[in-house]
Design a protein around this ligand. Structure first.
Ligand SMILES: Nc1ncnc2c1ncn2[C@@H]1O[C@H](COP(=O)(O)OP(=O)(O)OP(=O)(O)O)[C@@H](O)[C@H]1O
Length: 619
């Protein structure tokens, strides 16, 4: 099945977006355009002046008549050179600013995308958009865009001037246009695969060479020199042949463009000859028209050759503008507090739109209550937790807090401690401050103390300034979870949805974490996915799930007495606890729990604020 990807803007939408960006910067756009036009105008002055020179020489003009024209040519060349340089600089600067703005807006939108959308689209798609696509546009902006824009302006001004001299000369020059287009149509479909094949062949040749040199001892030991040399020779020959054919393709293309150039020039000269004979235009004017056309040959070839790069950049732009069309989460709903009920009413859900994962799930977590979800692996507990936290939207039914859909609540109303906790790279204190940016050192230590993490945190080499996360001090899984819980304390949300895998911390670690979680949840409304039954026992109410449905619910004592699936789970749990056997997960089919030693954080676990930009840091 192909994944539905993030949207891609249509060419019209991309153009409209670009137009809006240019209009939003009237000063920079106007200046860039004026300098570009000045550069193009001064570029045609020498050709026009040479035409004038021809007429003056023909009329027998002396030095007095010729020197001023020569001075104009020199002045135009100097001004033109300066204006061209400045124009390229301005185009690059304007392009870079628009691109930076686009990248920021794409990232901002991406960080606010509902997780379900990201999951469907595949994170790789998003990463390639903000990475490879931005680079493609960046390259185009700095390398080809200035020359392309100057070429287009020059072509427009030159054609305008030729038509100004005599429209028939303009028409004659325009016969080259369809030939250029034909050349482009012939070249482009062949160029992309040819260049791709060349890149592959060159990469294979390098690979062959690197492999042989890296394994040189083995090559010598087994007398494999001839075989490896033959491999390198074959790879080199392949790369050479492909490069030759690519070059041949390019020269044939240039040949076609030259043919178009000469056809246009020939047409101007023939029409010019007839017009001069008629006495409609002067010889100088025809010379100017021919020179103007000739002046365009270089820029037009450049336009043709870089056309595919511009197309690439256009495709990348469409992919980036497409992200802006997605509907980021808008969380403008009213406020909700821990005095409100968290309610799931008739919730059904499917990840793929076909297989039901939840069926008609209804539950209520009263203010200040702790409700535990238990059930076997795949029963749907994490899905319920994600819906309750507003990370996923239910297919049917609704999830509300105080009557407001949870997906519309302002960020930070509901905190989700998910199974994927992330330790952000940086000082430990900063990691905690993600939850409360202006937290004082006292608040940080109080939060750590509340979740039983203060002792080890202060024992780190630099205390709260110790750099943790990727490239820094490695925290254990249990420490990372404690950090996530300390962030909950600092965040102080109305509701907490807890889905951390305590069992993975080992039994001793799990008990500490349970203590830490209980402490962090004190006084809050909480929905807890209980991976260990001790978490369920401590809850006010327990909900037992199986195959996406609620099969039992009630307080621990009632459920044990009811002799249903919870009672069986409890019996198995207590038997294991008595014999000391592992595993001791509620979702016992999940396989053995990790041993009691705390391993370094394998992946990530972190507190996720629904709708906050931090959500997208999750991997
Ligand atoms: N992102 C996803 N895409 C598709 N299917 C999914 C996804 N996440 C979960 N599922 C499927 O949905 C069902 C419920 O999964 P869920 O994770 O909610 O169960 P769970 O009770 O929390 O299990 P566990 O205790 O192992 O976390 C399972 O069949 C699972 O394979």
């Amino acid at each position: 099945m192909t994944h539905p990807v993030l949207p891609v803007a249509s060419p019209r939408e991309s153009r409209a977006w670009l137009g809006a960006q240019l209009r939003a910067r009237p000063g920079a756009t106007g200046l860039t355009l004026v300098v570009g036009l000045l550069a193009a105008a001064t570029a045609i002055v020498p050709a026009y002046a040479l035409g004038l020179l021809v007429d003056r020489v023909r009329a027998g003009g002396g030095t007095d008549a010729l020197v001023p024209v020569a001075v104009v040519i020199v002045a135009a060349a100097v001004v033109g050179g300066l204006a061209t340089g400045l124009s390229a600089q301005l185009i690059r600067r304007l392009g870079a600013r628009i691109l930076a703005d686009l990248r920021e807006r794409v990232l901002d939108t991406a960080l606010r995308l509902p997780v379900a959308v990201l999951d469907r689209a595949g994170r790789g798609d998003l990463v390639s958009r903000v990475g490879a696509d931005v680079s493609a546009i960046d390259r185009a902006v700095s390398e080809v865009l200035p020359t392309m824009i100057s070429a287009v302006l020059l072509a427009a001004i030159s054609l305008g001037t030729i038509i100004g001299i005599d429209w028939r000369l303009g028409l004659a020059g325009a016969v080259a246009v369809p030939l250029y287009l034909l050349g482009l149509r012939w070249y482009l479909p062949q160029a992309a695969p040819a260049y791709a094949a060349e890149r592959v062949a060159i990469a294979q040749r390098s690979q062959q060479f690197v492999e042989s040199t890296q394994g040189i001892r083995t090559v010598h030991a087994y007398r494999l020199e001839d075989r490896h040399l033959a491999g390198i020779t074959a790879a080199s020959a392949r790369a050479r042949d492909i490069s030759t054919s690519v070059f041949a393709l390019y020269t044939r293309f240039v040949g076609r463009i030259n043919g178009a150039d000469l056809t246009g020039l020939g047409a101007v000269l023939v029409v010019g000859f007839l017009l001069v004979r008629q006495g409609t235009v002067t010889l100088g004017e025809v010379s100017a028209a021919a020179l103007l056309l000739h002046r365009l040959f270089g820029p037009i070839l450049m336009l043709m050759v870089t056309f595919d790069k511009a197309q690439d950049a256009g495709a990348s732009l469409a992919r980036l503008v497409g992200v802006l069309r997605t509907d980021p989460e808008r969380r403008t709903g009213g406020t909700a507090t821990s005095a409100h009920d968290l309610v799931l009413a008739g919730v059904s859900f499917s990840y793929d739109g076909a297989t039901p994962v939840l069926r008609d799930v209804s539950l209520r977590v009263g203010p200040g209550q702790v409700v535990a979800l238990v059930g076997s692996t795949g029963a749907g507990k994490t899905t319920v937790a994600s819906i309750a936290a507003g990370v996923l939207r239910p297919g049917h039914g609704e999830a509300t807090l105080g009557g407001v859909p949870v997906t519309e609540l302002p960020a930070r109303t509901i905190a989700l401690v998910s199974q994927e906790t992330h330790v952000f790279a940086g000082p430990l204190g900063e990691d905690l401050r993600l939850a409360r940016p202006h937290a004082t050192p006292e608040e940080l230590t109080a939060a750590l103390a509340r979740v039983g993490a203060l002792a080890w945190a202060l024992n780190l080499p630099d205390g709260l300034d110790t750099v943790v996360g990727d490239g820094g001090h490695r925290l254990t899984a249990a420490q990372a979870q404690q950090l996530a819980l300390a962030r909950v304390v600092l965040l102080d949300p109305a509701v907490v949805v807890l889905d951390e895998a305590t069992a993975e911390a080992g039994s001793a670690g799990a008990r500490d974490l349970e203590q830490a979680a209980a402490s962090a949840l004190e006084g809050r409304t909480a929905l807890v996915v209980a991976h260990r039954l001790t978490q369920a026992v401590a809850a006010d109410h327990i909900i037992v799930m199986d195959h996406g449905e609620i099969v039992e619910s009630g307080p621990h004592a009632d459920l044990v007495g009811a002799d249903g699936s919870y009672a069986r789970l409890w019996a198995a749990w207590t038997a294991r606890a008595t014999t000391g056997t592992q595993p001791i997960r509620t979702d016992a089919t999940a396989g053995p729990a990790v041993g009691s030693g705390d391993p370094p954080v394998p992946h990530r676990r972190h507190v996720r604020w629904t709708g906050s930009p931090l959500t997208a840091q999750r991997e």
